[in-house]
Design a protein around this ligand. Structure first.
Ligand SMILES: [Zn+2]
Length: 273
């Protein structure tokens, strides 16, 4: 057995038997970890460190051949209390925690994901504008898709390679192909009578924000936005469809906590072009 110190952000916290708690957390060096916090429920010895989103310095005992570690001590670094007090912030941050829980692997260096996750929580807590919450979610999702190897191709039409330009008001993004087709290529497809596919019509402004999210750290990516609230709802639906289609572990259940932001009725388009 080995005792070590690490920084962890809580993704999920579950009561275990009557007195204990099992927490799933994201760490920089060890990826996703699960730890048992003994007597956490009655004794308050861990304070607020086991609450979802909390970032703490942990002292843990690592057991060989066991994925469940023992949490000995935890000291809070940032509680992210401000997120838990605000329903909209809570919804977005919960969705991000759910994504991180599914995407992170145990025992794997996850410094990029750790930085993204902690920066996203910080911006969510600090912002005074609820308009920026869905763009934060979208920027996070764009980066996750990129790291999973299914970065949506945004710069140019999939077939003829025409670049994205200001004359295109909307682009038709095809989920299975992780890219979009220009009007000319769409017409050609219609003639060839290709099979039904799921697609989303996205406003150019929303696509520009997604492109910006690929190129910049998340804080900078949401500093100056082009798209409206509606553009970001459409973008979120498209990115979620991308996640479900391309990334293992997301194909079955939906992210419940983000539904609040996507409450308008919407059925994805499906049809031949
Ligand atoms: Zn084209």
């Amino acid at each position: 057995m080995e005792t070590t110190k690490l920084t962890a952000i809580i993704l999920k916290s579950t009561p275990y038997e009557e007195r204990h708690r099992i927490v799933n957390a994201l760490t920089e060096d060890y990826g996703k970890v699960s730890a048992l916090a003994r007597n956490a429920i009655q004794s308050r010895r861990f304070g607020g460190t086991l609450e979802i989103f909390s970032a703490s310095e942990w002292l843990v005992t690592i057991k060989p051949h066991s994925e469940l570690w023992t949490l000995n001590e935890a000291h809070v670094k940032r509680s992210f209390e401000g997120i838990r007090k605000d329903f909209e912030k809570l919804s977005v941050a919960s969705a991000l925690s759910e994504i991180a829980l599914r995407i992170s692997q145990p025992g794997e260096n996850s410094s990029d994901l750790f930085k993204l996750h902690s920066n996203a929580l910080a911006i969510i807590e600090e912002t005074s504008s609820s308009q920026v919450l869905l763009p934060i979610f979208n920027a996070y999702l764009v980066k996750i898709l990129h790291w999973s190897g299914t970065q949506p191709l945004l710069q140019a039409c999939l077939l003829c390679k025409t670049s994205l330009n200001s004359e295109m008001k909307t682009i038709r993004s095809i989920v299975s192909e992780a890219g979009w087709l220009c009007q000319n290529c769409l017409k050609d497809r219609a003639v060839s009578g290709s099979k039904p596919e799921e697609f989303f019509d996205l406003k150019l402004e929303g696509v520009l924000d997604a492109f910006q999210a690929l190129q910049h750290p998340i804080r900078k990516a949401v500093e100056s936005l082009h798209g409206s609230a509606k553009d970001h709802q459409d973008l979120a639906r498209y990115l979620l469809a991308m996640l479900r289609y391309h990334v293992p572990g997301f194909d079955r259940s939906d992210l419940k906590s983000i539904r609040f932001f996507l409450k308008e009725n919407h059925t994805p388009h499906e049809g031949s072009f």
